[in-house]
Design a protein around this ligand. Structure first.
Ligand code: FO1
Length: 315
């Protein structure tokens, strides 16, 4: 009698923002080994606490604790700490919940005791019983800043405090020129049979990671196995502000625009079936196109997209 064992693949996903966590969950359900390289550009210091939204969204998403309605924070969290900060006269536009704040507090203390963001993230994964490796793209600081109406703002100030209302005149990744990619992120890319660029905001979730030279170079070297997932259906993005940022950068808000941005690092792209008409234009960039339903409205569609990629994409 012959047994055929399922080949376990090592998959690495570049992720940032709430669009990414759904695809990460889909892949984790396929029982392959998953690494997540996380964006750090929107990390934010608040009341002396270091908040890492993209890392925490993945942790909470995989621990089944994520507040899916909001897309961030812990479901059913309370806001007593924030209320007290308000009473003490502090600004409270960035809504960190009580349980969420415990994570920021521990992370900050560990950073102050000399631990790296990577080792703290590993520790958090253990505490939340997550088998997935979550790797901050760098242990150096990168800060995504938006120039809006002549003002230089942290991404969280532009998007949350000012509700993304002002015109966007520029986007910068401060610190990225000096940032070194996390060695674990480089090994993850080298060792994986498939590297996915999640359908996160191309400029604020994926862009800060690609702005690190060493990381971009490694992806370029491994381009054959890098597959991007479009964050667009038609000209509608999964992430609210993507169109605004891309327009400001002079990039077309579509699967084609994203393919142009990733053409040096990805050899394949998954687009929505509704965007099939862009196939030949994208293939003109030397990117192989696969089409399927890419909207992830529930667990079934998350799993279906991950399973489609695993079954259809040959690297
Ligand atoms: N997004 C908001 O729109 N409003 C908030 O008050 C807010 C608080 C918050 C607290 C912790 C956290 O991890 C994320 C939080 N976010 C909030 C999400 C965050 O601003 C962005 O969506 C991500 O940075 C994008 O990746």
């Amino acid at each position: 009698m012959k047994f055929r064992f399922k080949e376990i693949k090592l998959i690495t996903i570049l992720a940032g923002g709430t669009g990414s966590v759904k695809l990460v969950r889909g892949f984790v359900s396929q029982d392959d080994k998953v690494n997540v390289i996380s964006n750090v550009g929107d990390n934010y210091w608040l009341y002396g606490l270091y908040v890492c939204p993209d890392i925490d969204t993945i942790i909470y998403g995989l621990a089944d604790l994520l507040d899916y309605e909001k897309g961030w924070g812990i479901k059913k969290d309370t806001f007593g700490f924030l209320r007290q900060m308000e009473i003490l006269g502090e600004e409270t536009w960035f809504r960190i919940g009580d349980r969420d704040s415990a994570v920021h507090l521990m992370r900050t203390n560990m950073l102050k005791n000399g631990k790296s963001l990577s080792s703290i993230t590993k520790w958090l994964c253990e505490k939340f019983a997550i088998p997935t490796n979550i790797i901050p793209v760098t242990d150096n600081t990168i800060e995504t800043r938006i120039t809006s109406n002549g003002e230089d703002l942290h991404l969280q100030e532009y998007w949350v405090k000012h509700r993304g209302s002002g015109d966007v005149e520029g986007i910068q990744y401060i610190g990225s020129d000096k940032a070194r990619p996390n060695p674990d992120a480089i090994s993850a890319i080298q060792d994986s049979s498939l590297v996915i660029i999640a359908p996160g905001n191309p400029l604020t979730s994926i862009g800060p990671m690609l702005s690190i030279k060493g990381l971009r170079k490694e992806l370029h070297k491994n381009k054959r196995k890098v597959v991007a997932v479009s964050p667009f259906i038609g000209n509608k993005a999964f992430s609210g502000p993507a169109v605004k940022y891309l327009t400001a950068a002079g990039i077309e808000s579509s699967a084609y625009g994203v393919a142009q941005m990733y053409a040096d690092v990805a050899s394949k792209i998954i687009i929505d079936t509704k965007d099939k008409n862009m196939r030949s234009k994208i293939e003109g960039l030397d990117i192989k196109v696969y089409d399927t339903k890419i909207g992830m409205k529930n667990k079934q569609s998350e799993d279906a997209l991950a399973s489609f990629i695993l079954k259809q994409v040959r690297t």
